[in-house]
Design a protein around this ligand. Structure first.
Ligand SMILES: NC(=O)c1ccc[n+]([C@@H]2O[C@H](COP(=O)([O-])OP(=O)(O)OC[C@H]3O[C@@H](n4cnc5c(N)ncnc54)[C@H](OP(=O)(O)O)[C@@H]3O)[C@@H](O)[C@H]2O)c1
Length: 219
């Protein structure tokens, strides 16, 4: 799943956007100053391409990833493309929600962000679970972004910022209704009749939950 920065302009993704616009609008800020953008899952694919785009446009970038080595490699690549911008890295495995909470604490201590892009995601086997007991796909794709984005938005309520959550094809997710009576997914058999497709159905559920998160963030 690799994309170049150029392809990111063209690829048709459902990107859910929530704004926390208070003191000024996001576009005023984008036009007038250097922004600080945070991108999760910035070590490959679309996330890395987005980071390259922000850095090339002169904005400071915070790369979030789960591997220290991959973060260092992505940061070095970015710094060679854009030597004057500030590139920082933050390590957290989104399958471990305690790491996500600690990441949020560190980021809040560093001050407000102008753009937060929730991009990290995976499609894990349905029986692979995070320590919290929920399927890993739900933990990484939905609960981790929920914890992180809510915390950042609530820490800086007066700061104009844009939150983007990379979604999935809406038509594909339309029939994947989240069962609120089974949020820990004890009945994975009910996700989809075909065993081979259940991991993708779970992924669709996580992306539907992300749409609800974005709606909740919209200020
Ligand atoms: N590619 C598509 O066709 C497509 C279509 C629609 C929507 N999207 C969405 O676009 C976004 C990016 O997709 P992509 O194709 O660029 O994916 P990708 O190349 O697989 O990159 C996913 C990123 O998420 C990170 N990640 C995975 N598990 C993680 C974890 N447990 N903790 C922290 N980070 C983790 C990965 O880190 P590592 O480098 O360490 O693996 C990687 O940086 C996703 O939200 C996806 O749902 C993609």
């Amino acid at each position: 799943m690799g994309y170049s920065a150029r392809v990111v302009d063209k690829v048709k993704l459902n990107v859910t956007v929530a704004n926390r616009l208070t003191t000024s609008t996001y576009s005023e800020r984008a036009r007038s100053s250097i922004m600080k953008a945070l991108i999760t899952g910035a070590t490959s694919g679309i996330g890395e391409a987005l980071a390259q785009r922000f850095a090339s446009d002169g904005h400071d970038v915070v790369l979030v990833g789960r591997s220290a080595d991959r973060l260092a490699a992505s940061a070095a690549k970015l710094q060679s493309i854009a030597p004057t911008v500030q590139i920082t890295t933050e390590q957290a495995d989104f399958g471990d929600l305690d790491q996500v909470r600690m990441l949020a604490d560190r980021l809040v201590a560093q001050g407000a962000l102008d753009v937060v892009i929730s991009n990290a995601a995976l499609i894990a086997p349905v029986d692979q679970r995070a320590a919290a007991g929920v399927p890993l796909t739900i933990a990484v794709n939905y609960i981790a972004p929920y914890l992180l984005l809510r915390r950042l938005a609530e820490a800086f309520p007066q700061h104009a910022a844009r939150y983007l959550i990379l979604g999935a094809e809406p038509a594909g997710s339309a029939n994947l209704v989240v069962d609120v009576d089974d949020l820990t997914y004890q009945n994975v058999d009910l996700l989809f009749p075909d065993d081979d497709l259940r991991a993708f159905a779970l992924y669709g559920h996580s992306k539907n939950m992300d749409v609800m998160l974005a709606a909740g963030l919209d200020g």
